[in-house]
Design a protein. Structure first.
Length: 354
């Protein structure tokens, strides 16, 4: 048994050595790309394409699904994977009836790929910054709360100054966003839930007081602040149980021994917001997910108003903005993080911690 374990360990080390050799080759060809742009560029692309194929299959857990995303045939992709495994001398995937999954060597290999790719992107971003024109690609994992209004405006403001920077934004739960940070799928995460991972480095937080939202002619709209006991007989449309807002609300409901007349649940915030004007119902949301001016304007926006829930019933929740602990971000992502911090500080100066 011990001899078998030693053999597996040696094979895994060979896998990582192979991966390092690939990136070393990429580095060398990057140095010579000015002298031989066509041949070196093509060689780099072949190396990186092979690694991208493996990463795609690992993410999709299916050669067929990965092939569809990569716009190649599953036969060609499988042939490329087998060729790489043959060169390494070690399988990277377990073939299952339902698809494929990484074995131990494969997990190490893919994580190494992602780490080296992220580091390469960081260096490329720094080099691009030397030209005076900021370039780069920023990847963000976020819940629906910040996707609705905050991130569109913040991204647009950043791109107004740096139009060469592109973005990839993924709607994710807190757990999904933390996993995406660890696997280097995203650079930054915005999470309105308790943080569970020790690898999450919180860069800034903003306290968010729960608000009750309703049509302007709803009876509760006459109140300056809402107590949960006011809501006990009201029909409500709520986010699903896994949403950070719903979890925050549930803490207050349990504490106050209060129940709501829930007539609908949805993970779509547009549905919840739009339904408020269809019949007399209430919902709940945090400030960052509401249109500009809805809280400040007593009359609301588009016939919908927001009233704060008494903090003695429901304490403020925390919006976390963070990155993978110990990682040096590419320039574009680091500068966008600065933009987020500035914007949150301007909006929530009394509820902001850095």
């Amino acid at each position: 048994m011990r001899g078998a374990n030693i053999l597996v360990t040696k094979k895994i080390l060979l896998v990582l050595h192979y991966c390092d050799a690939i990136f070393a080759a990429v580095d060398m060809m990057t140095i010579h790309i000015i002298d031989k742009p066509e041949s070196s560029g093509m060689a780099i692309m072949r190396f990186m394409t092979s690694l991208r194929f493996i990463d795609a299959v690992a993410r999709e857990k299916s050669i067929r699904k990965a092939a569809e995303k990569l716009a190649i045939t599953s036969t060609a992709l499988n042939r490329r994977i087998l060729q790489i495994e043959d060169e390494i001398g070690q399988p990277l995937f377990e073939r299952l009836a339902s698809g494929v999954r990484l074995n131990t060597a494969g997990e190490l290999f893919v994580q190494h790929i992602r780490t080296q790719t992220a580091e390469l992107a960081r260096v490329q971003s720094q080099i691009a910054d030397l030209s005076g024109v900021r370039r780069g690609h920023v990847r963000i994992g976020s819940g629906a709360d910040t996707m609705r209004h905050f991130l569109p405006k913040t991204v647009a403001a950043y791109r107004d100054e740096h139009p060469a920077v592109t973005f990839d934004l993924q709607r994710q739960s807190g757990e999904e966003a933390e996993h995406a940070l660890r696997s280097l799928e995203v650079d930054l995460a915005l999470i309105f839930e308790p943080i569970k991972s020790v690898d999450f480095q919180t860069m800034v937080t903003a306290r968010q007081q729960l608000h009750c939202i309703m049509a302007a002619d709803h009876p509760l709209a006459e109140k300056a602040a809402i107590r949960l006991r006011d809501c006990s007989e009201q029909a409500a449309v709520l986010p699903r149980a896994d949403a950070g807002v719903r979890q925050l609300l549930n803490v207050g409901l349990i504490s106050r021994n209060t129940t709501l007349d829930i007539i609908a649940e949805s993970n779509n915030q547009e549905f919840l917001h739009n339904y408020l004007t269809q019949e007399p119902v209430i919902s709940f949301q945090i400030p960052i997910a509401l249109p500009t001016g809805m809280i400040e304007n007593v009359a609301g926006v588009n016939n919908v108003v927001a009233r704060p829930v008494d903090p003695s019933d429901v304490p403020a929740g925390i919006l976390h903005v963070g990155q993978l602990k110990g990682r040096v971000l590419p320039v574009a992502a680091a500068k966008f993080l600065d933009t987020i911090i500035t914007e949150l500080s301007n909006r929530y100066s009394d509820d902001f911690d850095q």
